[in-house]
Ligand binder design. Structure first.
Ligand code: KG4
Ligand code: ZN
Length: 338
């Protein structure tokens, strides 16, 4: 079964073709980051318009990469939410219309299910049941994954998602949007113990997170420094380092707790922030010490992409599921009901 996947929930237009027998046949992505940089964040209307511009050329691109015509497709999967409604509608309308014209099934996919299943595109796919740590610009969740479609959220963020905290702190440090990866690069030049940022929520029971305090801590540290003279490049790097160390250490403590609470022996780490190298190193070491297997998507599939949607769509269509002709998208959507 050859499935076209379409991802347009935010600021990346991602298309891919996944073959349930041969694996990934084609993948293409257009990032809108340069469109949004002047505004310091995603402008929803500009995002929708750019998806409209890019989606058709990207379809040609993936068909050409795979050496297929659109009539060779057996189904079309698109992101139905959560995300920006206008951006989602572009992908959903395009997918639904193409499927109707080709007389093929279409299926709406939960964006987070796409992220959760991205490691299944790798040579050594995760086993079920597993614990998933889903860390992106919009989400920070622990999810128990019993099987595809059986998800239970056991931890969530009370305020900012971890990627959002990275991006807001990066902005304070004068880095361009989105900022998470740039903050991490700046942190490499930072002195490890000049500042000690708090590890939020670790002394409280449970698996929830809170990251907005770290951004405030960074802001106050910057204010103190600028009150006593110019803030140097080294000062900014030291703050970035303290912020990243606090996030990574908080994640280590919470992952350790979640593994102990659930007794699960397989951990999936997915979503944009799973591209963060210090975090990967720390969680890999932790898992090795506990005889837990850890799985990540390749770096290009940590952030938004069409391949994860094509893969999730293939699994669902193979089970006989499909969406009806209604084009329904949603800004907020629980993964437990998907
Ligand atoms: O999964 P994703 O592409 O979009 C959402 O569904 O939100 O994640 C984007 C987020 C952004 O906040 C971005 O700054 C963050 O992932 N990110 C990183 C890194 N690479 C991307 N954060 C920290 N370190 C990185 N290396
Ligand atoms: Zn995402």
């Amino acid at each position: 079964m050859r499935i076209l996947g379409i991802e347009t929930s935010c600021d990346e237009t991602g298309l891919a073709i996944y073959d349930s027998q041969k694996g990934l046949l084609a993948n293409a992505l257009h990032s809108q980051i340069p469109v949004h940089i002047p505004y310091g964040g995603v402008v929803p209307e500009l995002a929708s318009r750019d998806h409209v511009k890019r989606i058709y050329p990207l379809l040609h691109d993936v068909l050409q990469q795979a050496g297929l015509s659109k009539h060779d497709l057996d189904g079309i999967a698109y992101t139905k939410g959560p995300g920006l409604v206008g951006a989602l509608l572009v992908g959903a309308c395009f997918a639904r219309t193409l499927a109707f014209a080709l007389n093929k099934p279409a299926i709406g996919i939960h964006h987070l299910e796409g992220h959760l299943l991205a490691p299944f595109l790798e040579p050594n796919p995760p086993l079920f049941p597993h614990l998933a740590l889903l860390i992106s610009g919009g989400h920070t969740e622990f999810i128990v994954v019993k099987a595809i479609g059986q998800y239970r959220v056991i931890g969530d963020t009370l305020d900012d998602a971890v990627g959002e905290a990275f991006d807001k702190t990066a902005k304070l440090l004068g880095l361009p949007y989105p900022g998470g990866a740039q903050l991490s690069q700046l942190a490499r030049r930072g002195k490890p113990s000049r500042y000690q940022f708090p590890r939020p929520m670790v002394s409280r029971a449970g698996l929830d997170f809170s990251f907005s305090g770290l951004k405030t801590f960074a802001s106050n540290t910057l204010k103190e420094l600028s009150g006593s003279g110019a803030v140097t490049e080294q000062d900014r790097a030291d703050i970035a380092r303290a912020f990243e160390d606090a996030v990574v250490d908080t994640m280590r403590i919470k992952v350790s707790r979640a593994l102990a609470d659930t007794g699960l022996k397989h951990l999936v780490v997915a979503g944009g922030v799973s591209a963060n190298l210090p975090l990967r190193e720390t969680l890999t070491t932790l898992c090795h010490s506990k005889a837990v297997s850890i799985y990540y998507p390749r770096p290009a599939f940590c952030t938004d992409n069409g391949a994860m949607i094509a893969y999730a769509g293939a699994q669902r269509l193979l089970r006989g599921e499909k969406s009806d002709l209604t084009v329904a998208v949603s800004a907020r959507l629980s993964i437990e009901k998907s």
